[in-house]
Design a protein around this ligand. Structure first.
Ligand code: AMP
Length: 228
């Protein structure tokens, strides 16, 4: 299949802004493909790989993993995806200026067929803290489906059990009050500069109010990009 003009949508937004849930809906309903660098990092941790050992403390503290490690993961993932033509979603990458600059350079030279769109999901910090404090994820590293113990729309059918694969639901190690505060600070520290780089590279950052049900965001996105 030709990959001419293949769409790549980057979701920017704080942890808990709904990037993962929206991506999941796109994957399930539109067969898009998703790269979540956070999911990849958690997989490395769970499998105890060399990378997993290297990123262990950053993940637990909610600080960022080194740009080089993340960029290598992204390049490897993009190379594996070369043969497909489905729209790609990036959830959680790029997160720093270095990652963004490197990403745009890599796309220009190695993946020039990718047509990038950038969408920022906006949610106030107060709401983020509530969302993350009540977030549960599936403990199965190949699933990592996200639920909420607070939001009725995101509750599992059976308490503590994943609807999809039946594994136990757990709280992420980094979803505790202290780490949440830390991650939000880190997000805000990088977000402004990150968007400046995107704009300097000629991309519009489309801002979306993400304080609405994920299904509504999904419908908006589908209308705009769904035929691609
Ligand atoms: P997330 O699931 O996106 O909230 O990511 C969870 C954790 O994985 C982050 O707190 C970081 O430790 C690490 N991580 C994920 N993506 C990145 C990235 N693009 N740059 C640096 N660290 C990342």
């Amino acid at each position: 299949m030709s990959t001419e003009g293949r769409q790549l949508i980057v979701f920017l937004g704080a942890p808990g802004s709904g990037k993962g849930s929206l991506s999941r809906m796109c994957v399930d309903n539109l067969s898009w493909v998703q790269l979540s660098t956070g999911d990849l990092c958690r997989k490395h941790l769970a499998e105890g790989t060399a990378i997993g050992k290297q990123i262990d403390s950053a993940m637990k503290l909610g600080t960022l993993v080194s740009d080089d490690v993340i960029i290598d993961m992204v390049i490897e993932w993009l190379e594996e995806q070369q043969a497909g033509g489905k729209t790609i979603i990036f959830d959680g990458f790029p997160r720093t200026v270095v990652q963004a600059e490197k990403f745009f350079e890599i796309v220009r030279f190695r993946f020039p067929h990718l047509a990038i769109s950038i969408i920022e999901l906006k949610v106030p910090d107060q709401e983020i803290v509530q969302r993350l404090s009540s977030r549960l994820i599936c403990s199965n590293k190949s699933c990592q489906r996200v639920y909420s113990s607070r939001d009725a729309r995101l509750k599992p059918m059976v308490d503590g059990v994943c609807d999809v694969c039946g594994s136990a639901l757990i709280q992420r190690v980094d979803d505790n009050p202290e780490t949440i505060k830390n991650r939000l600070q880190i997000y805000h520290r990088h977000a402004g500069e990150l968007k400046t780089v995107c704009k300097k590279e000629g991309f519009r950052v489309e801002e979306v109010n993400a304080q609405v049900p994920t299904a509504q965001l999904f419908n908006q996105l589908k209308q705009e990009y769904g035929s691609l």
